[in-house]
Design a protein around this ligand. Structure first.
Ligand SMILES: [Zn+2]
Length: 646
C-alpha cells in the first residue's frame, strides 16, 4: 500500500508528510531495542517520490512497557486518580522516567535520521497538553515546590504572594506545599494560578529537552510542535519563542455558523505568535472529525475555502490529519485525504487533489506578510486568572470576550494582530483590550504610553483588576487605567442570565447590554453611551477620554452585536484604519504583501455565488486567469488569490 500512497500523494501535489507521530511502541518495542528498518523504508519511498518529511519524535504516547515497568511515570488527576496506558498522552510531564526514556528515543531518532535527505522538519511530541495538561502526583508536587522556590526564594515570600493568612493556609515548610488537589472548596486562587504557570512550563521543559537533542544532531532543520488554536493550558506566547516555525491544528465545526470567523481568529493568533512569520496549518480534516457527538461533514468546497483562509491569514503550508483513513483504532471514523472507499468516486479526494494542484500556483505568496493596523491584547496568564472560580460573575469567558471584539473586525475585513500587553504597540493605530483582568505594572505602563503617544485604545469591563499574584490593584477600579480612561468604577452590577439593560448612544441610537453592568464615575471621560432605566439610569455605559495625544474608550457592559459593530466602526474610522475591502456580507478579504506588492485573498463563506467589486485588475493565482477591475464573481464557498497589478 505504501507505494500506492506515494503515487496518490504525487497526484494530490503532496510535498510534505508528517510521519511517526504515535509510533514509539513500533520504534522501540522493548526497552532499548530500536527497530527503524520499517521507518527507513517509508522515508526512502517518500524521498524517491520527491516528498519531504516532517519527522515526529514519537514521544506523545509512551509504549505500554514503560508504564508497566515504571507506573510512577503515569499522570494523576486532582482527585488522585492514575491515568493508565491504553489511550495516549499518559505521562507525567515532571517524571524523570518519562523525560529520560523520551530523551533516549529522540537521541536515537536524531542520530539515525539527521542526514536523511527526506528530513525537512522535526515534529516534537504532539498537541502538548491535550488530555493531560497538568499532573497532580507526588513527583509533580515536588517539582512544583522547586519551581516555587526558584520563583519566590523563601517560604515567607510564598505566603505573601498567595495571601495564605486567609483561611489559615500559612505554610511553615516547603514540604507542606501541594498542587491544588481536590479540596473541600476552592483552592487558593494564587496557588491555582501558579500551578497553571508551572504546568505550562513543565510541558515546555519536555519540549526543550527534545529540542536540544534535535538541534545538536541536525542544526538548521526547523523544529516545531503543533498548537491547538486558543488552547487554554499552555502559554503559547512563551512556547512560540522556542519554535522555529509555528504550526496549528484547526478543526472547525461545520455546524457552527461562526466557524469561519473562529478559524480566522485562530489564524491571526498563529501569525501573531510567530511575530508575523509565516506559519503552517499542520492539521485539519478533509471532511468530518470523530470526536464530537455529531460529526457534521464539511460542505463541498468548504475544506478548500478554509485552507485558503489559513493561507490568507499568514500560513505558507496546508496539511491534514490523516493521510489514509485508518481501519482500526480510535480515529477510524475521522475523515482522511484518502478515504476508506475507492478514491475514484470520492468527492473528498477530488477536493484534496484540486487544492494540492492549486497550491502549487501560489509560490508568490510564500514568505509574504500580513500588515495590521489593529492589535488585540490577549494574555494567557490573564485568561487563567479571569476564569478561576469565585468572581463577581463566572460568566465572563476570555474567548467570548475576544470574539465580541473580533466579530465586527472580521465582518468588515479589518485585519488585526494579537499582542501581549507588554509588546511594542507603536506600529498600531488602534489597540483593543477586550478584557485584561490581570495586568502587571509593565503591561499597564505600555498600554498607557501607547495612548499618551497618540494611539486609540478601547478597553472592556473587568480589566486592570488583579496583579500577577492575583491580588487586587487597590485605589479604585480599574486602578492601573483609571487616569488613562478618566473614570473610576464605583461598583459592579453583574447581570443575571437572561437579564439585559438598555443602552442609549449620544446620537439617540439605542441598543442593550447583558452579562455585566457597572456604576461608572467619570473624571474627565465623556459618555458615548449611557444606561437607560433601572438603577444605572443615565449613568455612563461607554466612555471616551482624551489622554495625552491619544484617545481611550471604555465599555462597561457587553453590548449587543449591532451596537458593538457600530461603536468599533466609529472608533477605527476615527483612528484612520481602513477595511481591506468593502464588499458583500459573507465575503472575507485579506491581503498579504511583499514590499509594496500585494496579494488579495477573496473568500466566499456563503453557499451561493456572489459578485465582489474590485478596484484593481490582476491575476488570479488559483487558475492563472486575468482579473479585471469591476465585479468579480466568486462561486459558492469560492476562493480567489489575486496578484494585484503585477
Ligand atoms: Zn506527575
Amino acid at each position: 500500500m505504501w507505494e500506492e500512497d506515494v503515487r496518490l500523494m504525487q497526484e494530490a501535489g503532496v510535498n510534505l508528510v508528517s510521519l511517526g507521530i504515535f509510533s514509539w511502541s513500533r520504534i522501540e518495542p522493548y526497552e532499548g531495542r530500536y527497530e527503524m528498518a520499517w521507518l527507513d523504508r517509508v522515508m526512502d519511498l517518500l524521498h524517491a517520490g520527491g516528498i519531504a518529511v516532517d519527522l515526529a519524535t514519537a514521544t506523545a504516547s509512551p509504549p505500554p512497557w514503560l508504564s508497566r515497568h515504571h507506573p510512577e511515570m503515569l499522570p494523576a488527576t486532582a482527585d488522585g486518580v492514575r491515568l493508565w496506558h491504553g489511550a495516549r498522552q499518559h505521562y507525567c510531564p515532571s517524571s524523570p522516567v518519562y523525560r529520560g526514556a523520551s530523551k533516549r528515543l529522540v537521541e536515537q531518532m536524531a542520530t539515525h535520521y539527521a542526514s536523511h535527505p527526506a528530513l525537512a522538519m522535526w515534529h516534537v511530541g504532539n498537541e502538548f497538553g491535550c488530555h493531560v495538561p497538568a499532573c497532580y502526583c507526588d513527583v509533580s508536587a515536588e517539582a512544583f515546590r522547586r519551581w516555587l522556590e526558584a520563583r519566590y526564594g523563601s517560604i515567607d515570600d510564598l505566603n505573601r504572594a498567595w495571601g495564605t493568612d486567609f483561611w489559615s493556609q500559612r505554610y511553615s515548610d516547603w514540604g507542606e506545599v501541594l498542587p491544588p488537589r481536590r479540596t473541600p472548596t476552592w483552592p487558593n486562587p494564587s496557588q491555582q494560578l501558579d500551578f497553571m504557570r508551572f504546568s505550562s512550563d513543565e510541558l515546555l521543559a519536555c519540549y526543550e529537552i527534545e529540542h536540544a537533542v534535535l538541534t545538536e544532531h541536525s542544526p538548521g532543520v526547523p523544529v516545531t510542535t503543533n498548537f491547538m488554536r486558543f488552547f487554554k493550558p499552555l502559554d503559547y506566547w512563551k512556547w512560540a519563542e522556542r519554535e522555529d516555525i509555528v504550526t496549528d491544528d484547526v478543526y472547525q465545526d461545520p455546524s457552527d455558523p461562526e466557524a469561519g470567523m473562529r478559524s480566522a481568529m485562530a489564524g491571526d493568533l498563529m501569525r501573531s505568535l510567530g511575530r508575523g512569520r509565516p506559519w503552517v496549518l499542520m492539521e485539519q480534516t478533509s471532511s468530518r472529525v470523530n470526536w464530537r457527538e455529531v460529526n457534521v461533514a464539511k460542505a463541498p468546497g468548504q475544506m478548500r475555502l478554509w485552507s485558503y483562509q489559513a493561507v490568507a491569514r499568514g500560513a505558507d503550508g496546508v496539511m491534514f490529519f490523516q493521510w489514509r483513513q485508518s481501519r482500526a483504532g480510535a480515529e477510524k471514523f475521522h475523515s482522511a485525504m484518502v478515504p476508506h472507499g475507492p478514491v475514484s468516486s470520492s468527492p473528498v479526494w477530488k477536493e484534496v487533489k484540486q487544492l494540492g494542484q492549486e497550491l502549487h500556483g501560489l509560490d508568490a505568496v510564500c514568505g509574504s506578510r500580513v500588515n495590521a493596523d489593529v492589535a488585540i491584547v490577549f494574555d494567557w496568564e490573564s485568561w487563567w486568572a479571569l476564569e478561576l472560580p469565585s468572581k463577581p460573575s463566572i460568566r465572563i469567558r476570555q474567548e467570548a470576550q475576544l470574539e465580541d471584539y473580533y466579530r465586527p473586525l472580521f465582518a468588515a475585513n479589518v485585519i488585526a494582530d494579537f499582542v501581549r500587553p507588554t509588546d511594542d504597540l507603536s506600529r498600531y493605530k488602534l489597540v483593543l483590550v477586550p478584557n485584561l483582568y490581570l495586568v502587571g505594572d509593565d503591561g499597564a505602563a505600555a498600554l498607557t504610553s501607547f495612548v499618551r503617544n497618540g494611539g486609540t485604545l478601547v478597553m472592556g469591563f473587568f480589566s486592570g483588576i488583579a496583579d500577577p499574584f492575583e491580588h487586587i490593584h487597590l485605589g479604585g477600579y480599574p486602578a492601573p487605567f483609571a487616569d488613562m480612561l478618566g473614570l473610576r468604577v464605583a461598583d459592579w452590577l453583574p447581570l443575571a442570565d437572561g437579564e439585559s439593560v438598555e443602552v442609549v448612544f449620544a446620537d439617540g441610537g439605542k441598543g442593550h447590554g447583558d452579562l455585566w453592568s457597572e456604576l461608572i464615575e467619570t473624571s474627565g471621560a465623556k459618555a458615548v453611551a449611557s444606561f437607560g432605566g433601572g438603577r444605572l439610569d443615565r449613568h455612563a455605559a461607554v466612555t471616551r477620554h482624551e489622554f495625552g495625544g491619544g484617545t481611550a474608550y471604555y465599555v462597561g457592559t457587553r453590548l449587543d452585536q449591532a451596537s458593538m459593530a457600530r461603536l468599533l466602526h466609529t472608533v477605527w474610522t476615527a483612528a484612520g484604519v481602513s477595511p481591506q475591502l468593502e464588499g458583500p456580507a459573507g465575503v472575507e478579504a485579506m491581503r498579504r504583501s511583499v514590499g509594496r506588492r500585494s496579494i488579495l485573498f477573496l473568500l466566499n463563506h456563503r453557499p451561493s455565488a456572489v459578485d465582489v467589486p474590485l478596484a484593481q485588475a490582476g491575476t488570479n493565482l488559483v487558475d492563472g486567469s486575468p482579473v479585471h477591475a469591476g465585479l468579480f464573481r466568486l462561486g459558492p464557498y469560492g476562493a480567489a488569490v489575486i496578484r494585484e497589478g503585477w
